[in-house]
Design a protein around this ligand. Structure first.
Ligand code: CU
Length: 166
């Protein structure tokens, strides 16, 4: 009798153990199916450039700005920004990098007049945008707060800020 009882208990314990293992596997499988962040389609945000239309000075933590609307945009990694020139003169949106304030002189070269790079801490620019032109989609690649300005009108305050969140 005693041997039989032991046998039954052992069997039950083994069953429970395999059930627990099974449950743990199922839970692991479920967790694997849940993405780390909720699925969110990439957005394209439009920023309008015009010193004529947006001549009024605005204020950012980084300093004053004009000629850009909105002056501060918040996007997520993977989103794109398109800059449209709604003015009668040429403009660019050219990255200054990750700085707390607009520098006196961003020290750009003529390479700012070519479309290059992606929005982030490394150099990027829409290139020269003629009146009515629309930039290529500039994709945000890294989190951070990135300042930019217009190659031609930086000293006139044509500047903006892009906040990239995860
Ligand atoms: Cu400009």
């Amino acid at each position: 009798m005693a041997t039989n009882m032991t046998h039954i208990i052992t069997t039950r314990t083994a069953d429970r153990r395999s059930l627990i293992r099974c449950g743990a596997l199922a839970a692991a499988a479920l967790i694997a199916l849940i993405p780390l962040a909720p699925a969110r389609p990439a957005q394209t945000v439009v920023v309008t450039l015009s010193l004529t239309r947006f001549s009024k000075l605005g204020s950012l933590d980084a300093g004053q700005y004009a000629g850009v609307s909105p002056g501060r945009v918040v996007v997520h990694v993977g989103d794109a920004l398109v800059f449209t020139n709604a003015d009668t003169r040429h403009h660019t949106a050219t990255g200054i990098g990750e700085q707390a304030a607009f520098p006196e002189n961003p020290r750009w070269t003529d390479s700012a007049l070519q479309s290059s790079g992606k929005i982030g801490p490394d150099p990027w620019s829409t290139g020269d945008l003629a009146p009515g032109a629309r930039s290529a989609p500039m994709v945000a690649t890294k989190t951070g707060t990135f300042l930019y300005g217009c190659f031609y009108d930086y000293s006139a305050g044509m500047r903006g800020e892009i906040v990239v969140q995860p």
